[in-house]
Design a protein around this ligand. Structure first.
Ligand code: IPE
Ligand code: IPE
Ligand code: MG
Length: 244
């Protein structure tokens, strides 16, 4: 089975997981961090080189203040507790999303994680934090507009690869597979540009219940898909060439 090089996960359902157990939502977020740890540990053994996880969206600020602050606290705890282990495993950390509006202590922790691990050659773990696809696209447009104003590039010379290079994900290949847990079937502003040709797998379980067995199952599902990228399937291409 050939594994997808890049898997992106929308880790959804923490709140409902907690509710179904009569627990506060924060208990679901804590259990979600455990599930994340397990998946990060399992990924390299499954042939995955890039793992992107949606941890906090640009729209999640609209949640109650206390939940937002719980989520900020959990990110800090995750970096503080897990960074050494991640580094030891050869994981390279990248963060995507808007950093400007984050508290300075969170910003510096994220930078520390990226700087410490930047020469690692194992799994690349991309953390989408304060991330929204539309926001990322608008920030990329601003960058390119600046470059135009400075005369570095002409508007008619802007190509698809220039735009991709102005996004937060510059240098990271597009995800082959996007997985969303909790049964919801939508992207919720995740990787709008990058997921143009990704295969989508929706898993009914809540994120805290997601395990490496679910990941293996999603990979099996992916292996049975035929990706065409707008062209023909390889078999159709051969027969159509032979018929000429
Ligand atoms: C996903 O779980 C985690 C974040 C969005 C941060 P939710 O908190 O969205 O859980 P549900 O969807 O309400 O169950
Ligand atoms: C998407 O889940 C964001 C993350 C998993 C971080 P949401 O729970 O915020 O998405 P909606 O509101 O159900 O679309
Ligand atoms: Mg949700």
């Amino acid at each position: 089975m050939t594994s997808p090089a890049h898997i992106a996960i929308i880790m959804d359902g923490n709140g409902r997981w907690a509710k179904s157990r009569g627990l506060p939502r924060v208990a679901g977020h804590r259990a979600g961090v455990e599930a994340l740890r397990d998946v990060v540990r399992a990924a390299p053994g499954l042939g995955i080189s890039f793992l992107t996880v949606y941890a906090f969206s640009s729209e999640n600020w609209s949640r109650p203040k206390s939940e937002v602050s719980d989520l900020m606290g959990l990110l800090k705890l995750f970096i503080r507790r897990d960074l050494a282990e991640l580094h030891g495993q050869g994981v390279r950390v990248r963060v995507i999303g808007d950093r400007e509006s984050l508290q300075p202590d969170i910003r510096s922790l994220l930078e520390e994680a990226e700087t410490l691990t930047r020469h690692n050659t194992g799994l690349t773990l991309v953390i989408a934090f304060n991330y929204g696809g539309r926001d990322e696209i608008v920030r990329a447009v601003r960058k390119l507009s600046e470059a135009v104003l400075q005369g570095k590039i002409q508007p008619h010379d802007i190509a698809v690869h220039d735009f991709a290079a102005a996004l937060d994900t510059s240098g990271i290949p597009d995800p082959d597979l996007v997985i969303r847990t909790s049964g919801e079937q939508r992207l919720s502003n995740f990787l709008l540009w990058q997921a143009a040709y990704s295969e989508l797998v929706f898993v009914p379980c809540y994120w805290p219940d997601f395990s490496s067995a679910h990941l293996v199952e999603a990979l099996r599902d992916f292996a049975g898909r035929e990706r065409r990228f707008g062209g023909l399937s390889s078999q159709e291409a051969v027969s159509s060439a032979l018929a000429r």
